[in-house]
Each structure stands twice: as C-alpha cells, then as structure tokens.
Ligand binder design. Structure first.
Ligand code: 4AD
Ligand code: MG
Length: 461
C-alpha cells in the first residue's frame, strides 16, 4: 500500500474543529488524491488535492524543483508526501510542505472537467466524472450520511431492518405502474410459472407481517415505478424507506415521522458543514434557513377537507392554479401541495384523512364512510416527501374495499390472512429517499441526486 493510512484530510479538519491540530505540527504524512487545482508561479506552487474523505482540500506547497507537481493538471491523481504545517492565521488551517510529489495518473487532453463552469445538465452525460465536481461530490456525501442516520435512528429506537423483495407478484399501490419481469420474452410466464411478476413499487405489503410480529420494522431499498412522468421529482428507480409500526394509529404515525425526519436532517447537516456551506453559497441560498425551520418548528396537521377550503379561498382571492376546479375528491397536484406548504402554512404539513377514492386499498376506512386514515407529508421546495397511513386491520372491511376496486383477491390472499389471524392496528409510511436528498442539498432535479438516474426516456448508462 502506498499510503500510510494514518490520516485522511477529513481527520485533519476534525482536529481543527477539536482544537487539537497543533499536535500534528511537523508530522510526516502521505496523501493520495486527485488534483482540484494547481497554481505555480515563480518559485512556489500550490496544489489542492482531495482524497474524498471530505469536501475541503489539502493544500500542498511545493517548490520549483518538483517536476511532477508542476505538471499535475486538474483531475490527475497524485501522491504527496511531506510535513504538516499548521497555519491558524491563514485561510487554510494547515498545509502540507511537500517533500515528494508523484504524478501517478496523468489526465488526457480530452478530460472533460477542465471547464470552469459546467451546467448540471451537461454533467448528467458524465456520470463517471461528475462526482469529482464540488456539487456532486457534496451530494453523494450527503446521500450517504442521510442513509447512515436513517439506519441509526431506527436502530436506536428498536426497529428491525427487513429486506423485502425486489421481485414481486403484487402491485402494492394498485396503480398498475409496474415494470414487468420475465426471463424470456417469448415465454414470459415460464420462469416463475406466473404471469404477473414485476419490480416492486413498495415494500409495504411484504413488511407488514413483520411489523405484526416484531412491532417496529422498516425497509430501505430500491423501488421502481413505470410512471410516465417527466418531472424533476419522479424517477423510474428510486430508494424508499418504509417504517411499519404495530399498535400505532394515524396521530402516532405523524409523531414518529416528524421525530425521525428531524433527527436525520439535524445530524446530517451537523456532520457535513463543509458540504452544507457549499450548497448554501452556490446552489440554494435559502437551504440552511429552510432546514433550520424544518428541524425546529412543529409540523402542522391539516385535514384534507380543510385544505380544500383553503385552496378554494385562494382561488376566490385571485390565486391562479392550472387546475382551479377545486372540490372534495380532487387528487391534489403539485401546484396545490406547494401552495399549501409554501404559501399558506409556510412550513411542513401533514395532510390527513383523504377521500378513499384517491388513495390505496389498504388504508384504514374512517367512520364517515368517505375518507381514509392517510397522511401525506408536504414540505416547502419538494411537495410530497412521504406518503403513509394507518392500515385497515378489519378483514371484512379490507376485503370489501378490494372487491369494490376489482382487485384479484387470490393474489392477495396471503396479505388478507394477516387480518384473520392475530390482527392489530398498525401504521406506516414511505419516504422517498431522493426527495429527502433534494430537500437537504437544495438540488432541484432528482436526476442530480441519484448516482445513475433512471427516468422516463432517460437511461443512458
Ligand atoms: O406515496 P407513495 O406511493 O406510498 C407508498 O408507496 C406506500 N406504500 C408507502 C407506505 O405507506 N409504506 O410513495 C412514498 C414516497 C412518496 O411520498 C415520494 O416521496 C416517493 O415515495 N416517490 C417517488 N420518488 C421518486 N420518484 C418517484 N417516481 C416516486 N414515487 C413516489
Ligand atoms: Mg403518495
């Protein structure tokens, strides 16, 4: 191994934050990384290298005898050895005074990241390189950190992670927006001896039995939807987190959801100050303000019926929606959701008790006969972040609803059985992971928070 794996650049910045960096004055270190910039003039040169451990770079100072360092261009990989010098009065809190710099992997003339300003769109065609740019470098780090705190939250709160399948014979949301799977297109039913196998749209149906046994469980995995929506918030392949909690009713679910999201966001931005400073400066100047409110203000809780009233009043007062015929039963569009959360409530809201006609079959039927115990969490900048509900725990009520919807009952017999034997109240929600990454980074296209986006009419790599 070339490196004495003792310190990463991130370790050094942590020691700056802890006020213990002075201990490392004069200590010999070696770093391998790629060149972020290189400035040589006269007798002295400055090479900024990044080893991937954090957003900020290490400044390597070299003199005119360092032929490899002088040659090293943006994107090249180098090994730099030297002594650390602590510089508390300078902009960089430390630098490496080079003893040797080796150019390990030079860059070709055609290396595409040489331009100063590149649009996110342009970079979408360069998925093998874009993580080396400041923005995408930070996005992937936030993504990983959010995932870590999601698992940590559940682990600390007694949830089990259940690995629900990707291949399934059910359509959880009943929308028919599934990708079909077969081993051989000429004999599509042969492999599984089934005529309707697809990629999962949600792990919910498969995780519910585990909730009824273990009490608190969750899934975290890829989900697939063949929605033909070419929007900045829809992907064909995205990751979903789906907690399912026994004995929880709708209000409990909202409490858990709020506590969970605040924990995850708060800890992620605390762990990634360099990345967040970058997003605030270059991507979305309001991002920290929005997240601060997200963490500190209680989320409002509003019934669907009252939201309809608010939207009707908005129309009366001259607000223009593309869909302005607003009445009970309307499946709210993103323009309505954003009005509610961004203009009216100016913060996250749980919208609850939707008309049963616009929600999935498994939701708890309210006593009014027309609404279900559903809740969507709407947040400024994103719109719908989570969708969830209390589940219908009564066998006959659930069966009746499934019959009303003309569902293929035998295919769901295994799921219905849960309501026959040892049924109990339970609730759960699904969080779209990419939408959370968008919220935290301020990035406004889902294609730019997925390492390799798969979207409608968009599957290059
Ligand atoms: O609201 P949805 O469809 O809910 C469910 O799938 C339930 N089974 C969840 C549950 O109760 N366990 O999807 C949940 C979330 C949405 O709120 C949204 O954030 C995200 O998943 N989502 C998408 N994200 C990106 N691209 C898409 N095409 C998405 N569709 C849904
Ligand atoms: Mg939804």
């Amino acid at each position: 191994m070339d490196l004495q794996e003792k310190y990463t650049i991130s370790d050094l910045f942590k020691k700056v934050a802890d006020n213990t960096i002075a201990e490392l004055e004069g200590v010999e270190m070696t770093f391998g990384g790629f060149v972020r910039f290189n400035r040589f003039g006269g007798n002295v040169g400055f090479l900024a290298i990044n080893d991937g451990s954090c957003f900020d770079n290490l400044q390597v100072v070299y003199s005119n005898t360092f032929a490899d360092a002088i040659k090293a261009r943006l994107g090249a990989s180098v090994l730099a050895k030297g002594k650390l010098h602590v510089t508390p009065e300078a902009k960089q809190p430390f630098e490496l005074q080079a003893e040797t710099v080796e150019l390990v992997g030079d860059v070709d003339e055609s290396y595409p990241l040489q331009k100063k300003k590149m649009t996110f769109e342009y970079l979408r065609d360069l998925p093998q390189w874009r993580m080396k740019t400041n923005t995408f470098n930070a996005v992937n780090r936030i993504r990983s950190t959010l995932a870590y705190y999601i698992h940590e939250y559940f682990h600390k709160n007694g949830y089990y992670w259940i690995h629900t399948p990707i291949l399934t014979a059910n359509d959880c949301e009943g929308e028919g927006q599934t990708f079909d799977v077969y081993a051989d297109v000429k004999h599509p039913t042969e492999y599984f001896n089934k005529d309707n196998v697809h990629l999962t749209v949600s792990g919910q149906l498969h995780v519910e039995p585990f909730a009824l046994t273990y009490g608190k469980v969750y899934t975290f995995g890829p989900t697939f939807r063949a929605e033909k929506s070419n929007t900045v918030r829809h992907a064909a392949e995205f990751w979903m987190i789906e907690p399912e909690i026994a004995w929880a009713h709708l209000a409990d679910l909202c409490n858990i959801e709020e506590d969970f999201l605040k924990y995850v966001v708060k800890n992620t931005i605390k762990d990634c100050p360099q990345d967040m400073a970058f997003f605030e400066k270059w991507v979305d100047k309001d991002v920290m303000k929005r997240l601060d409110e997200f963490i500190n203000k209680p989320f409002a809780r509003v019934k669907y019926e009252d939201a309809i009233q608010i939207l009707q009043d908005a129309v009366k007062n001259g607000h223009k929606f593309e869909v302005s015929d607003i009445k009970f039963g309307l499946d709210l569009g993103s323009e309505h959701e954003r009005y509610l959360t961004e203009v009216h409530f100016k913060g996250p809201i749980f919208l609850t008790d939707y008309p049963k006609e616009i929600k999935a079959f498994y939701m708890k039927q309210n006593d009014d006969g027309k609404t279900v115990g559903a809740t969507d969490l709407l947040v400024p900048f994103i719109g719908e972040l989570c969708g969830g509900s209390e589940r219908e725990a009564d066998y006959n009520k659930l069966l009746n609803r499934m019959n009303e919807l003309g569902m293929n009952i035998p295919a769901y017999e295994w799921y219905l059985d849960l309501r026959k034997n040892g049924s109990m109240p339970h609730s759960g929600f699904g969080l779209g992971f990419e939408r959370l990454v968008m919220l935290v980074t301020g990035m406004n296209n889902i294609r730019d928070v997925l390492p390799y986006p798969r979207c409608y009419k968009d599957m290059e790599f």
